[in-house]
Design a protein around this ligand. Structure first.
Ligand code: FES
Ligand SMILES: [Fe+2]
Length: 371
C-alpha cells in the first residue's frame, strides 16, 4: 500500500530560511543613482547601484525613526534620510553624517548603521544575502558578511545566451517549491497542442541521489515528452542527450542538459516575498540555436507558457488553501516534496544544535510514477 503522509504544518519562521542568498530584482531594472523597493522574507529593502554601477541593498527603514530610505536622496554614494537628513554609506550602511549635531556633541556617528545586506549581481539578477536574525546589521551592529558567493549558472562554453522569466504566485514558498518539483501535474497543467496531451501519460522511472543540502535526479536521457528534449533532438541523436536536475536548499533548482558540444542550463529559484507570496525566477543559459534566428524566442515562448500555466494553477490553488484544508503527500510522486520538507527540518535542527546536518536520504533511490 502506498504510504500516505501529511505535509507538516510549519511555523512561518520555518517557512522562510535565513542564512542564504536570494534573488531580489532583475539586474536590468536597477539603474545607477536610482532607488528601488523590494521585499525578501518579509524584509523591506531598498536596492540600487552606486555611481560606478555596483549594486547595494539596505533595509528600507532608517535606524533613527524608521523612515523608508527609498524616499531619500541618493548621490551615488550616500543615501540621505528624508526625515532628519542622516546620511548612510550605501555599501555598509554606516552613518556618515547627522546634521543636527553641534560641534561639541560627541555622539559617534560612525558607530551607527542602517541595516545593510551583502549584495551581488549574477546572471541577470541582483542577489541579496539574508543573514540569520539576531544579526540585523542595524543600530549599533555592523553588517554581516555572506559566507559564500551567490549561486551561478553553470556554463560550458565561452559564448552563450542568457534570458530570464519571472512570475509571482500567491502561495507560500513551500507550495511554490513543491509545485516546481512535482512530476505528476505535467499532463494536466502543461497541455498544449504543440506540446503534449494528457494521453501521452506513461510510466517513468528515475534515479535520485543525495547531494549536499539537496538531491539530484541522476543524469539520464530526458523523457520523450519533455520540452528541452524535443528541441534538442534537432541537434543531436536521442541517446547522446543527458539531463541532470538538482534541488538544493533553500530554493534552487538547476537543470543541465548536454548533447555533445551543445548545452542548456537553467537556474530556477522560488523566492519567499512574504509568508503567503512567492516569486519564481527562471534564468536560462545556452549555446544552442545560434544559427537559428528564432531559437531564443522559441525557447522563451516555451518557458513563458510553462511558467504562466504554473502561475495560473497556483492562483487557483491559493483559493483552496485559504481555509487551511488538510493536505497529503503520496509515494512516489510526492517523494521529492517529502525530501524537501525533511531537508528543511534537518537544516533547522542542525542550526539549532550546531551539529552537522543529517541528510534525510541514506543513499540512491529509484522512484516511479506516471506522467
Ligand atoms: S528618521 Fe531617518 S533621520 Fe530621522
Ligand atoms: Fe509546472
Amino acid at each position: 500500500m502506498p504510504e500516505l503522509d501529511l505535509p507538516q504544518r510549519q511555523a512561518p519562521d520555518a517557512l522562510m530560511l535565513t542564512g542564504f542568498w536570494y534573488r531580489a530584482l532583475p539586474a536590468d531594472r536597477v539603474h545607477r543613482n536610482q532607488l528601488h523597493k523590494a521585499t525578501l522574507l518579509e524584509i523591506p529593502l531598498v536596492i540600487g547601484r552606486d555611481r560606478v554601477g555596483h549594486p547595494f541593498a539596505l533595509r528600507d527603514a532608517c535606524p533613527h525613526r524608521g523612515m523608508p530610505l527609498n524616499r531619500g536622496q541618493f548621490d551615488g554614494e550616500n543615501l540621505e534620510c528624508p526625515y532628519h537628513g542622516w546620511q548612510f554609506d550605501v555599501h555598509n550602511g554606516q552613518c556618515q553624517l547627522i546634521p543636527s549635531l553641534t560641534s561639541d556633541q560627541t555622539l559617534k556617528v560612525d558607530r551607527i548603521y542602517a541595516g545593510s545586506y551583502p549584495c551581488e549581481e549574477q546572471d541577470s539578477f541582483i542577489w541579496v544575502y539574508i543573514p540569520d536574525p539576531g544579526l540585523p546589521g542595524a543600530g549599533f551592529t555592523q553588517p554581516s558578511e555572506a559566507p559564500d558567493a551567490a549561486p551561478q549558472i553553470e556554463k560550458f562554453s565561452a559564448k552563450y545566451k542568457l534570458a530570464y522569466l519571472q512570475a509571482e504566485m500567491p502561495v507560500s514558498i513551500d507550495h511554490g517549491i513543491i509545485g516546481l518539483m512535482d512530476p505528476a501535474h505535467g499532463p494536466f497543467v502543461h497541455q498544449a497542442w504543440w506540446w503534449r496531451s494528457r494521453h501521452s501519460i506513461h510510466e517513468k522511472k528515475k534515479n535520485f541521489e543525495p547531494i549536499p543540502n539537496g538531491f539530484r535526479m541522476s543524469a539520464h536521457t530526458p523523457s520523450s515528452n519533455s520540452a528541452p528534449y524535443k528541441l534538442l533532438r534537432l541537434y543531436a541523436n536521442a541517446e547522446s542527450i543527458t539531463t541532470t536536475i538538482d534541488f538544493v536548499l533553500p530554493n534552487v533548482r538547476t537543470e543541465t542538459i548536454r548533447a555533445g558540444k551543445c548545452w542548456f542550463s537553467s537556474l530556477t529559484t522560488v523566492t519567499p516575498i512574504t509568508r503567503n507570496h512567492c516569486r519564481i525566477d527562471v534564468v536560462a543559459a545556452w549555446n544552442l540555436f545560434r544559427w537559428l534566428p528564432f531559437g531564443p524566442d522559441l525557447l522563451k515562448f516555451v518557458f513563458a507558457k510553462f511558467v504562466e500555466q504554473d502561475r495560473r494553477t497556483m492562483e487557483m490553488q491559493a483559493e483552496g488553501l485559504k481555509h487551511n484544508p488538510h493536505l497529503m503527500l503520496i509515494d512516489d510522486a510526492d517523494r521529492p516534496a517529502k525530501w524537501y520538507f525533511q531537508l528543511k527540518a534537518a537544516h533547522l535542527e542542525a542550526k539549532r544544535t550546531g551539529a552537522a546536518m543529517k541528510h534525510p536520504m541514506a543513499g540512491p533511490v529509484t522512484l516511479k510514477w506516471r506522467s
